[in-house]
Design a protein around this ligand. Sequence first.
Ligand SMILES: [Fe+2]
Length: 581
Amino acid sequence: MKASRRFPVVLGLCSFTHDSAAALVAGGHLAGMAEEERLTGVKHTREYPGRSGAWLLSEAGLTAGDVDVVAYNFAGHRYLGGVVGSAGYLLASATLGRAVPRAASFAVVHARYRQRMRALRQMFPNATVRGVGHHRAHGVYAFTVSGYEQAAVLIADSLGETCTTSIGHAHADGQATRYRIIEAIDDPASLGYAYGAVTAHLGWRRGDEEGTVMALAALGDPARFREVLSRAIQVTGTGFALDPGLFPLRVLRHGWTRVTPAFIDATCPPRQPGEEIGQVHADLAAALQERTEQVMVHLAYRAREVTGSRLLCAGGGVALNCVAIGKILEEGLFDEVFVPPAPGDSGTSIGAAIAAHLKTAGVIPSGVTHACYLGPAYPGFDPGPAPLPGLTARRVVDPARFLASQLAAGKIAGLFQGRLEAGPRALGSRSILASPLLPDVNERLNARVKFRETFRPFAPVVLGGKAARYFQLTQPSPYMSIAVPVTALARRLIPAVVHVNGTARVSPRAWLSSDTLGRIKREERSRPIQRENTATCPYIGGLAGTPRDAATPVTRPGAGAIYECPVSTGQMSSLPNLAIP
Ligand SMILES: [Fe+2]
């Protein structure tokens, strides 16, 4: 069944690399998107997004045979550029030893790409399988979700075919969009590669735990390794470059180190996972973060210069660095900086689908602007009377009041409602909440629910109209993309939401209704933990995408409640069908 004669059915895919996801455009509308890890529990999975794709097609009443275009988030023929380009590295002693393995690795990735495209053609026999340039997919997604009429677009990630950084300009052209990449920086100059290399050197998982390094940076002194990082990541007139003597030339295979012995000599020995975190590790994280911010600001200046735009859309995995985005905002270069909810590779499933739809139908699908809640909902979920060992389920009449009372009583609450959000940030559909007024709330959340380092901050959510009292936020930030300084009032009243460096990654989005936040505040006032003029800023953190998986954290000591609400409102004002105290 074709959704429409006029519009093609387009399945966008991020697959076979990391952060697998699928997005569907049908009938000229963005029908949905889901990240595979939220449905399977396998974080950053590289597998084909089978569950996401099956859910999307099923929801739309389609089958694989109905798909007209499969839009893959890499234009794989460009990997051959990495083969050819490697010849130049034979000429320098620092890169000579890796030039041939690098060329061979790009050739292997290209061959794998061709195999995968053949497999996709078999899975979708009536579809054209189209590779979309990786940075184009990132950029089209970031711009079209922003709703801007025109903007500069800065994409920074680890690697897209051979490109790592791009600056472009986009503008809406009627129902279409024109997006032109003006400048591109190729590998080996890669902020994502450098940040990942140091993340692994510091004992955390590359491609996963960069946020831990960003948080740790606030505890360190960048001065100690400032000179080393300035040499390692050099700013050039139009971009930046990596010193191969410190960050060795990339080879696209496991087992090739990403820092050199010279880097280790100049910094510290590799930290093993679980090893005690010392000041030296925090200092290295601080220097890396500082240099990343400097380079991102430099790139933002360049984007301003070559586009002339006063609006910036940022994407790619490096755009998840909310502190760097905050620094760009602080510069005052742009009137607004927009980061979409899924700036990492999962979002390229949407970008690839939009780009392919634009190419085929000549228009951008509807339903893209500010699209975030795009995944499955479970309105009919029935947990039964005892959903998990130790839990009992019951219906509550007034979920907002119940949530408010639980938070005010010091409980940690799991909030599960509506459609799964896109991207890595918990934006109210699958979130963990707690009151910031609890004196030990950070430790409880990190130790009992999130199982992570005590220095990791939590993000506050606040009523939009009250945000300015507590946070120096000068523009909308609906997707927790920007770390901004807090006010003196916030430091005094709610220090639990203030990171060591005096910032918070605030979410002033009204996904918790005003009614709910108001009730929480009233409940807090009636409790012993009340403080004068307190803000209501429940913490938020991620939950799994399915009801059963989401219930797991609340079975742990110190956790509290979980809810499922109908999808229609997206807020807590509707009747829930699950509440587990
Ligand atoms: Fe990417």
